[in-house]
Design a protein around this ligand. Structure first.
Ligand SMILES: Nc1nc2c(ncn2[C@@H]2O[C@H](COP(=O)(O)OP(=O)(O)OP(=O)(O)O)[C@@H](O)[C@H]2O)c(=O)[nH]1
Ligand SMILES: [Mg+2]
Length: 285
């Protein structure tokens, strides 16, 4: 039987730890069990019960205080993650082997982990060897996405994680509950973005012709290949959370084996919604 994993990633403060605790609670209310592993060696606060905590293996404070290392907070975190990559046995022992596991990994927010360092890719490969079906859940804070250029840089960050990890990725805009109804309406255009018109709207702000051309080329590439879109995540909206979960479950084929063993009733709803259908439903409502 496969095991299932969500790698919860995204910039610092985007809401990763809050997402993990909200989703675990929500799954509990649906009678589905899920566990969380904290992979942030600098974590100070989270309010979910942990199945395993990287701080048992190594802590950033210890690394920073070590006189032979003398790292600052960011270098310290990179050191911790490299140490972790050399000690995956610790994670293997902590996870044990329970069939049908569904585990959320609450990852650190440093962007360099998803742009050029190999550790997250190594983690994915290790989990796949342990028979996990892994997807990435990339979070961005909706508060920062109300302007086109901030949005484009968020898209690029999501894309860089997609390219480096090479696994299915669901991109999510968090903290939707903090938006006013007007801002919510405004942000809808960013969920399934038309990058060409976004570029047109803002191209007057760019003075350099070369930069204008480059931005246009990037927007065109993203749009032509429909590479990045976002699902809204509002922790106060159960229906919306279900749509996010359906997309994630679909990407890791959660439930396929269960269906195989227990044939469905004729009139039963399909367990997995197609990504487009789910997105369409949300867009229409
Ligand atoms: N209102 C609201 N606040 C949120 C939500 N998600 C996160 N927050 C708040 O945003 C802040 C950061 O959230 P965290 O969950 O710690 O973010 P994180 O991505 O784990 O942060 P790092 O681990 O430091 O990178 C906290 O004050 C949270 O309470 C949300 O959906 N709604
Ligand atoms: Mg966190």
């Amino acid at each position: 039987m496969p095991r299932y994993a969500q790698l919860v990633i995204g910039p610092a403060g985007s809401g990763k730890s809050t997402y993990c605790s909200t989703v675990v609670q929500h799954l509990g209310s649906l009678n589905r069990s899920a566990q969380v592993v904290n992979l942030d060696p600098a974590a100070e606060h989270f309010d979910y019960p942990v199945m395993a905590d990287i701080r048992e293996l190594i802590q950033v404070d210890d690394v920073m205080e070590d006189p032979s290392l003398r790292f600052g907070p960011n270098g310290g975190l990179v050191f911790c993650m490299e140490y972790f990559a050399n000690n995956f046995d610790w994670l293997g022992e902590s996870l044990g082997h329970v069939e049908d596991d569904y585990i959320l990994f609450d990852c650190p927010g440093q962007i360099e982990l998803y742009t050029h360092l190999p550790v997250m890719k190594q983690l994915v490969e290790q989990l796949q060897q342990w028979e996990f079906r892994v997807c990435a859940v990339f979070l961005v804070d909706s508060q920062f996405m109300v302007e086109s250029f901030k949005f484009i840089s968020g898209v690029m960050a999501a894309l860089s994680a997609m390219v480096i990890l090479e696994i299915p990725q669901i991109n999510i805009m968090t903290k939707m509950d903090l938006l006013s109804p007007k801002a919510k309406k405004e942000i809808e255009k960013y969920l399934d973005p038309d990058m060409y018109s976004m570029m047109e709207d803002n191209s007057d702000n760019i003075r350099s012709t070369k930069l204008k051309k480059l931005t246009k080329a990037i927007c065109g590439l993203i749009d032509d290949y429909s590479m990045v879109r976002f699902l809204p995540f509002d922790r106060t909206d159960e229906e919306g959370m279900n749509i996010v979960l359906q997309n994630i479950d679909f990407s890791i084929q959660y439930g396929e084996d269960l269906e195989f063993k227990e044939p469905k009733e004729m009139d039963e709803e399909p367990a997995n919604l197609n990504y487009d259908e789910a997105f369409q439903d949300k867009g229409d409502s």
